[in-house]
Design a protein around this ligand. Structure first.
Ligand SMILES: Nc1nc2c(ncn2[C@@H]2O[C@H](COP(=O)(O)OP(=O)(O)OP(=O)(O)O)[C@@H](O)[C@H]2O)c(=O)[nH]1
Ligand SMILES: [Mg+2]
Length: 321
């Protein structure tokens, strides 16, 4: 059984999450797989030009230059070795190489929060407008639906209206929230949040922060101070998630590099995957940063956040129905 058939077999029964992937990745599918399909109709046999066209498709899907080069080298080599010369088979080979190169170091995708202690604490950071606050609401909604007690801490005291936005969402999804005055010290808001947690036992705390990468030293100090407060109050920070807007393409990769220098990231959440044809950014992030993508945002609704699952992602890229 070929790679595509195996994947289809695995997902014979569609679940809701697969549907979110399939519909959210429509633009990437149009730009990536449908272009590949068109290409294979144009050529009856592969040649050097065919490979060059594949390379262009990978680059325009924002897979990144270094990842693209790596994949192309393997593709050409394997095609030669296995004597494959039909375009359709080459396309399938391309996906299977992408798939196995992602999983090479046996890293699991689909890694959920562990909840092996109480409360689990997540810090969320990222530059302006990438979707931090919305994603926090989606995360909270996900775990509230699973019966967890969730507290949101609005530690973005910098941007006007940030607190109100998170409060709006907290009311919609029935999460509790602790916030502070505009321009107050974010670490003091976190302190108040932890006090609330001591009184009322939560399973999960999610901290929203202001994304001021322009002032790296300030941001670093602010995040450090938040970390210290958490420790001093007898809690541990379990996850630091960086939010990246997928529509910004390679720029997002640069943001991740900058944030990685500021704090130890445990995961990336890619938002707005539904609004871009640059779905290859997932592959580029993995290749260049080696920080796992943990969740992806595939729409604006509260249910449109999914654990990142490589098989579902590839399925969403190839499936037409
Ligand atoms: N289509 C789509 N839109 C999204 C997604 N995630 C977030 N958005 C939208 O992105 C916009 C910005 O989201 P926010 O959550 O306010 O972003 P933020 O990072 O908190 O912004 P600041 O607090 O200003 O730095 C909103 O209009 C969201 O609805 C997604 O997965 N898909
Ligand atoms: Mg925000």
């Amino acid at each position: 059984m070929g790679f595509f058939d195996k994947l289809r077999e695995k997902f014979k029964k569609k679940d809701k999450s697969l549907e979110t992937y399939d519909s959210g990745l429509k633009e990437s599918r149009d730009a990536f797989t449908n272009r590949l399909k068109k290409l294979s109709k144009k050529y009856s046999k592969i040649n050097e030009e065919y490979f060059e066209e594949i390379e262009e498709i990978l680059i325009s899907a924002d897979c990144g230059v270094s990842f693209t080069m790596k994949i192309m080298e393997e593709l050409v080599e394997k095609a030669k070795k296995e004597k494959i010369d039909s375009p359709d088979e080459i396309n399938e080979l391309l996906f299977s190489i992408i798939f196995s190169s992602y999983l090479k170091d046996d890293e699991e995708t689909n890694k959920d929060l562990s909840f092996d202690k109480k409360p689990e604490i997540i810090l969320v950071c990222g530059v302006n407008g990438v979707g931090k606050t919305t994603t926090i609401a989606k995360l909270a909604h996900r775990y509230i639906s699973l019966g967890k007690k969730v507290l949101l801490i609005a530690a973005d005291t910098f941007r006007a209206g940030a607190k109100e936005q998170l409060t709006y969402w907290s009311e919609k999804i029935n999460a509790n929230i602790v916030s502070g005055k505009e321009n107050s010290d974010p670490a003091s808001v976190v302190y108040n949040g932890l006090e609330e947690c001591k009184k009322n036992d939560y399973d999960l705390i999610i901290i929203d922060t202001a994304g001021r990468l322009q002032n790296k030293v300030n941001l670093m100090n602010e995040l450090k101070k938040i970390g210290k407060v958490i420790e001093k109050e007898g809690f541990t920070l379990d996850e630091s998630f960086l939010i990246i807007d997928a529509t910004t393409g390679q720029n997002g990769v640069l943001q991740a590099k900058a944030f990685k220098e500021i704090l130890p990231l445990t995961g990336i959440i890619l938002t707005k995957m539904d609004g871009t044809s640059k779905g290859g950014i997932i592959l580029s992030i993995k290749n260049e940063l080696d920080i796992p993508v943990r969740f992806i945002g595939l729409g604006e609704k509260m249910d449109d956040l999914e654990l990142f699952d490589l098989s579902k992602y590839i399925h969403g890229l190839i499936e037409n129905e």
